[in-house]
Write a protein that binds this ligand. Structure first.
Ligand code: DGL
Length: 273
């Protein structure tokens, strides 16, 4: 049993879709969520840039003695997870491998993935599915503006206009299911469903990632038992009010966050007192 927190991070509000799943599957756990809105979006960034940011976040979370971190960001999971596992002492769970392992033996023959440009460029979804034994086709498709539109809370017309263009290759490929390969996307699942024609099942990797985190913690006897209400701490590197407002809308409850700064020279996130 351990009261140490579980860490989660993303470029912004997207990872809250993973936090929401975590509070369903592991409601007794203390959590620390880091939203790097100062550097949002991550999708257009190179692997080198992203590694610096992700390592800085992981160092920050390490100070809080996290027992496990979920990279609640597909882009980071695609580009940085493997190297970060060599660098940090706590277990790291990504968004891609758990769903790939769970669906490898499914009957799906034509799987679509909707993700950021960096995730699509990395080809990580296809690689992980193949490695897990999946023998169908994986069609990955980038929607570069979508995460930012979700972050800003763009209107439905604009959102669905952009989406219609993005998903055209998936419709053309006649995929049977679509993985929401960016943690911002589950918040607009209804719109994605509509532009895909309303009858293609959408898969959210969050439930698989949290299930993997749960089994890792169970195996290590590190689950927290519910003796008191769990603590939730949120940090944000960009504008705090914008984040609190948007996070509150998406989760349907009041969100209070703490500001952190970024030292460009040292490449570290710092507390602001
Ligand atoms: N939500 C993130 C992901 O899952 C990053 C989106 C972005 O900042 O571009 O990929």
């Amino acid at each position: 049993m351990s009261c140490r927190p579980i860490g989660l991070f993303d470029s912004g509000v997207g990872g809250l879709s993973v936090l929401r799943e975590l509070s369903r599957q592991l409601p007794q756990e203390n959590v620390i969520y880091f939203a790097d809105t100062f550097h949002m979006p991550y999708g257009p960034r190179s692997a080198v840039e992203l590694q610096k940011l992700v390592y800085a976040i992981l160092h920050f979370l390490q100070e809080y003695n996290v027992k496990l971190v979920i990279m609640a960001c597909n882009t980071s999971s695609a580009l940085v997870l493997e190297s970060a596992r060599q660098e940090f002492p706590f277990p790291l769970v990504g968004m891609i491998q758990p769903i790939a392992k769970s669906l490898a033996a499914s009957s799906i023959r034509r799987l679509g993935v909707l993700a950021t440009e960096a995730t699509v460029r990395s080809d990580k979804y296809a690689q992980e599915f193949r490695q897990a034994g999946f023998t169908g086709e994986v069609y990955s498709c980038a929607c570069p503006a979508l995460a930012s539109l979700v972050e800003e809370g763009a209107g439905l017309d604009h959102l669905e206009g952009v989406l219609t263009e993005c998903v055209a290759p998936l419709r053309q490929a006649q995929v049977e299911s679509v993985v929401l390969g960016c943690t911002h996307y589950p918040f607009v699942a209804e719109s994605i469903n509509r532009v895909l024609g309303g009858c293609i099942p959408l898969l959210n990797p969050a439930s698989y990632a949290v299930a993997q985190a749960k089994s890792l913690l169970t195996a290590r006897h590190l689950l927290r038992s519910a003796t008191s209400a769990p603590r939730e701490t949120l940090f944000v590197s960009g504008d705090i009010l914008t984040f609190e407002r948007r996070a509150g809308q998406l989760l349907g409850r009041q969100i209070v966050a703490t500001q952190v700064g970024f030292s460009r020279q040292e490449g570290y996130f710092t507390h602001i007192y």
